[in-house]
Design a protein around this ligand. Sequence first.
Ligand SMILES: Nc1ncnc2c1ncn2[C@@H]1O[C@H](COP(=O)(O)OP(=O)(O)OP(=O)(O)O)[C@@H](O)[C@H]1O
Length: 518
Amino acid sequence: MEPGALVGIEQLSKTFPGQRALADVSFEIGRGEIHALVGENGSGKSTLIKVLAGFHEPDPGARMTVAGEQLKPCSPADVRRLGLRFVHQDLGLVGELSAAENVGLASGFARRGLKVDRAGQRSRAEALLARIGAEVDVEQPVSALRAVERSAVAIARALDELHGEIRLLVLDEPTAALPPAEVEALFRVLHEVLERGVSILYVSHRLEEILGLAHRVTVLRDGRCEGTFPVAGMDRARLAELIVGEEVEADAARRPRSCATEQRALSVRGIRGAVLDDVGFDVRRGEVVGVAGLSGSGREELAAVLTGAAPGQIELVDGDGRSWSGMTPKRAKRLGIALVLANRHPDAAIGQFSIRENVSLALLGSYARGGRVQGAQEREAVEGWIERLDIRPNDADRLYSNLSGGNKQKVILAKWLNTRPNVFVMDDPTSGVDIGARHGIYGLVRQQAAAGAGFVVCSSDLEDFVGVCDRVLALAGGRVVAELSGAEITESRLLQAIVRSAAGPAAASNKNQTEKDR
Ligand SMILES: Nc1ncnc2c1ncn2[C@@H]1O[C@H](COP(=O)(O)OP(=O)(O)OP(=O)(O)O)[C@@H](O)[C@H]1O
């Protein structure tokens, strides 16, 4: 191991039944560095993290060291003692409890005699957050906090030194659900962590983040380590090529040509919910409408209210001019409005079902004849989607819960593509998806739009708007405060729109109107 290296991983392999997830992986993480771990969906990143965390036992022959000491496989106590801490993508916080209580749950509550010392617990949580430069109301339920505040609570909690010195913080896709303006805030927190002498292992599919944040990057491909590279001097094209293994088309994310028609796919008016406050817009057949906004802007709620998955008021007119007041999942299904959820959402799919069962679920009735499912027809349809979306492993009987995050996302998309809806309502459609698959998903959206489907794409990722949308609505405080279309849709203009709007929705709305008036 190089002098100065903090963590050494040698000859690490991990085989699941019928699947080798890691094959002879060796690399080192230095002291005081942000080390990125990248690779396509299913390349083995999460498996590697779970081996480090003591959750999976590696195949015999692996050697892992931390500061020169051997890390015993499958020993969470050893992992903790050697100073490794993990923040997984779902953050592992209890939404109904406050930040102070979540900190207490992880490392024990402050006590006065036999009673919990509430004031003491509060100040401990505040002190932990202050150390990473985050200001959070530690008494609010964490479900009421902004996404970046929840991330800060999870990081602060992981860095509680009550149980010993901390050397390495492992973050698995920490920005997957963070809107862009909050990503910057998270980076400030990570620099504070680094200042405290803690190294960071950072997993992400977002190339810009890696180029802007990491010192070195290790690339996994099909479970093998392709090498560790310095980030200085690297550009996006080179990083993408290292991940995919071949040159990635530079213009793959170029502005799409609109195929919006004059025909209405759906009109919605007067949408109101917990945050949404009188939102309305039209979607034409062939049009891809994006919905951008910070967390708490109403963006997350919109997809659910549009499809009847969450309560709310809505007036809608369908493509044939029929109007309704209110939405239920049943009505959404009848009107051909599909809700494509992000894979981290608990209702997105059924973990204990196979890829085939999940993809067929929404269409099961159509494969049935005389009370029996037409197995061959169903299998052919599912295998077609596996092929088109490059779902890995290419095995329809594979259990959904054992798939990598990005492949789960593709299965959810396949399930709804299979139903051929009139309108797709998408919630973070590329969350956790690798660069190659992202372009594949954009291609499918454009293809379906060209065939006449309308899309509402609610996303926390600005690249989705530039890559696939014809028009984008910016939400703040539950209202539409700006609208961009065509060539106006650039990451910087979008960022300006949502941040400016969040600073003062009324001001932004007025300014937008003035700009239109000019
Ligand atoms: N418990 C398991 N049982 C069987 N196979 C598994 C299990 N966990 C992971 N795999 C398989 O191991 C491979 C690596 O998966 P892993 O989740 O590590 O990929 P990843 O690089 O984290 O992908 P993503 O970027 O999509 O999250 C995949 O083919 C996956 O299907």
